[in-house]
Ligand binder design. Structure first.
Ligand SMILES: CC(C)(COP(=O)(O)OP(=O)(O)OC[C@H]1O[C@@H](n2cnc3c(N)ncnc32)[C@H](O)[C@@H]1OP(=O)(O)O)[C@@H](O)C(=O)NCCC(=O)NCCS
Length: 408
């Protein structure tokens, strides 16, 4: 098996995913094209040499339909013979794009691949594709009475005993760490400014973070209490009752998650350049890291967001490592209860996890986030002069994805 090197990583700032967000005026193909051209220009690559462009995107509808990978390659004015493939592993799509790129290169099938993702949540909101909770398949609903992710997150908190205060304290720390990282310029390396078609600056810093206090968080209403009471057409049980029908020990679900301790709705794009050592050496590309191992894992789909635990264990086993061999960890902060559980179950030191904040402060542009996390942790490994990082994300339907990278 060959090696896959990470040559570079870029990301756009995350714009607020609302109509007045700074990136809301930009078509998602254009957003992705900005990331593609930034990675191309920074590394002086000839796009004709790129074997493929792998793009994660979750809600492939409207502006994001029509294989956004290929459309973005064309929008970036790359040559017609450049190809693109769009993949959907829900929230893990961008990370999976990087993992697939690494697999193609390790297998010797490809030499140079760009991988990342894009999501314009302002223009194509979650569920715009009208998949509902389960694609409206009555048989599946009988087998697995799925619930919205916020209910799953509240269920984790109920089972693990994470209080609203625990979740708020985690959220406050995410905001604090982001603020420190921003003030110290730690996020600059990957971050590219986004300009409009006329060359005017749209955004050069993340738009979602906000000054936060425990008192302010304490005042926010629960986001999922009402949804928990909702009974879907044709069902007899509410979402809360469905969750309790599988987790019979849970007498009630305290709805601890809200706008301040859940991942923010934002727009953004990411792109990483991966190469085989042979190609990199022949073309003067300096590696920043190598992909040591990748893994996915599934878990029970109603609680849904717990699979970063088995995915992390599996990737560590594949790499022949333990958590003590890992210097830094990124766990996507989909909801506060997720990283709290993953850190606890995998015995991770919180001081090494999401050291520059996460999606609670910064936002989670679904398909783009995985690429962003890998770039962010690579920047931080270099800043701290450390070696090894593990990145993991929870995923819809009860999946997890994990990647271990090591500086070269
Ligand atoms: C939780 C959720 C429903 C909240 O949505 P929302 O109400 O539109 O959230 P907003 O960011 O607009 O925040 C609403 C209000 O809360 C308050 N607020 C948010 N964060 C705050 C903070 N850190 N401190 C104080 N107040 C805060 C503000 O008053 C804000 O209103 P404003 O922006 O007008 O000032 C949404 O963020 C969500 O669904 N997140 C999860 C997304 C998801 O499922 N992703 C996939 C998961 S794997």
């Amino acid at each position: 098996m060959g090696e896959a090197w990470i040559i570079d990583a870029v990301r756009t700032p995350r714009g607020r995913g609302k109509k007045d967000g700074a990136l809301a005026g930009l078509h998602p193909q254009e957003l992705m094209a900005r990331a593609l051209n930034a990675i191309k220009d920074r590394n002086h690559i000839d796009p004709r040499d790129v074997d493929d462009v792998v793009v994660g995107c979750v809600t492939a509808y409207g502006d994001q339909a029509m294989c956004i990978a290929r459309m973005s390659v064309l929008a970036a004015e790359w040559p017609n013979d450049s190809t693109g493939v769009t993949i959907n592993r829900f929230c893990g799509s961008g990370q999976q794009a990087v993992n697939f790129a690494a697999m193609g290169i390790k297998a010797g099938e490809q030499d140079l691949v760009v991988a990342g993702g894009v999501e314009s949540m302002s223009r194509v909101p979650m569920d715009a594709d009208r998949g509902g909770i389960d694609g409206h398949n009555p048989h599946l609903r009988q087998l697995h009475p799925l619930v919205p992710q916020g209910i799953s997150a509240d269920l984790i908190a109920a089972i693990e005993g994470f209080s609203r205060e625990d979740c708020d304290r985690f959220a406050l720390e995410s905001q604090r760490r982001y603020a420190r990282a921003h003030a110290e310029g730690r996020l600059k390396k990957s971050l590219i400014p986004v300009l409009d078609a006329g060359g005017r600056l749209l955004l050069d810093r993340d738009e979602h973070p906000r000054p936060t206090t425990m008192e302010g968080l304490g005042k926010l209403p629960s986001s999922f209490e009402q949804i928990g009471k909702y009974v879907q057409k044709g069902d007899t049980l509410s979402f809360d009752q469905k969750a309790q029908s599988r987790y019979t020990n849970v007498e009630s679900i305290p709805h601890v998650h809200h706008a301040g301790n859940s991942s923010g709705i934002v727009d953004g794009a990411s792109a990483l350049l991966l190469a085989s050592p042979e190609y990199a050496k022949a073309h003067g590309l300096k590696p920043r890291a190598r992909v040591v191992a990748t893994a996915t894992a599934g878990d029970e789909p109603i609680i849904m967001l717990t699979a970063p635990v088995p995915a992390s264990r599996r990737v560590l086993k594949k790499a022949g490592m333990t958590i003590r061999d890992i210097d830094l960890v990124e766990i996507n902060e989909a909801f506060a209860a997720v990283p709290l559980k993953v850190m606890r179950d995998c015995e991770m030191d919180p001081e090494t996890v999401n050291v520059n904040g996460g999606a609670i402060a910064l936002g989670h542009p679904l398909g783009a986030t995985g690429g962003m996390l890998i770039g962010t942790v690579l920047d931080e490994l270099e800043r701290q002069d450390k070696t090894t990082a593990l990145v993991t994300m929870c995923i819809g339907g009860g999946m997890g994805v994990a990647t271990i990278i090591e500086r070269v």
